[in-house]
Design a binder for this molecule. Structure first.
Ligand code: PMT
Length: 219
């Protein structure tokens, strides 16, 4: 049995949240801790891959052997991902990338005003979708963080983003999704199959995802 089935493969893994700044002191973000993405980076290295980890701001120590690129915003993440894309064999988009950012960045701290305040948001670029439109030889793995209709939305993302696999988690279930040390996922493959994994540590979930990817690379 091969201990390091990913030797010679370049993995690009994103992790953590993004921060979309409103002004120098405020930003909009989400609950991603980076644990799922860091577990994937760790497992990929253990399995022999060369790993680039593009990470939003988190409180975790990256695996020493990873090449780490820290980013803040969705736009930073977009640039970092596309810098590395051409030379990657596999891209795993674990990061919880903001779908919206404030339309206006105030260069000075916004002062309190009487009454309500409305902040307008605009869409960020969909990194996974653009990767899907531009992939050549890469295997593209996306995640789907859902609160309802998980299978429908995950299968929709497979098609809309031209991904090879979507790892879906229902983030409202205890022990799954944001911040926890465990996750509960179903891996949807573009061949139509679905692999439902029981609640496991993020380390074990990561290994299972990578075994599926490794199997695909051999096809
Ligand atoms: O970090 P943890 O605390 O361990 O939590 C793990 C997790 C819940 C963050 C992770 O398991 C997960 O589900 N990650 C994906 C979060 C997410 O943004 O899901 P989504 O369904 O909104 O996005 C779908 C896919 O598109 C994702 O692969 C995402 O990286 C990607 N995306 C999203 C928006 C955007 N502008 N560009 C993207 O590429």
């Amino acid at each position: 049995l091969q201990q390091q089935p990913l030797i010679g493969k370049k993995y690009l893994i994103t992790a953590g949240p993004t921060r979309e700044a409103i002004d120098p002191v405020r930003f909009v973000t989400n609950h991603s801790s980076g644990k799922m993405g860091y577990a994937l980076a760790e497992a990929a290295i253990e399995m022999g891959a060369e790993v680039t980890l593009i990470t939003g701001p988190v409180n975790l120590t990256p695996p020493p052997k990873a090449k780490v690129i820290p980013v803040e915003s969705a736009a930073d993440m977009y640039d970092a991902v596309f810098d590395q894309f051409a030379t990657s064999d596999v891209v795993i988009m674990t990061a919880a990338v903001a779908d919206y950012k404030p339309k206006v960045y105030h260069t000075r701290k916004m002062k309190k005003q009487p009454g309500e305040n409305v902040i307008e948001f605009e869409r960020t670029k969909d990194i996974l979708k653009e990767l899907g439109e531009n992939k050549t030889h890469q295997i593209l793995v996306g995640f789907a963080a859902e609160t309802n209709n998980v299978e429908e939305y995950a299968r929709g993302k497979l098609v809309k983003k031209n991904a090879d696999m979507i790892v879906a988690n229902n983030v409202t279930v205890a022990g799954a999704g944001f911040g926890t040390d465990t996750n509960i996922v179903t891996i949807y493959d573009k061949d139509g199959s679905a692999t439902e994994l029981p609640k496991m540590s993020k380390a074990d979930i990561a290994k299972s995802i990578l075994e599926e990817v490794s199997r695909k690379q051999k096809e």
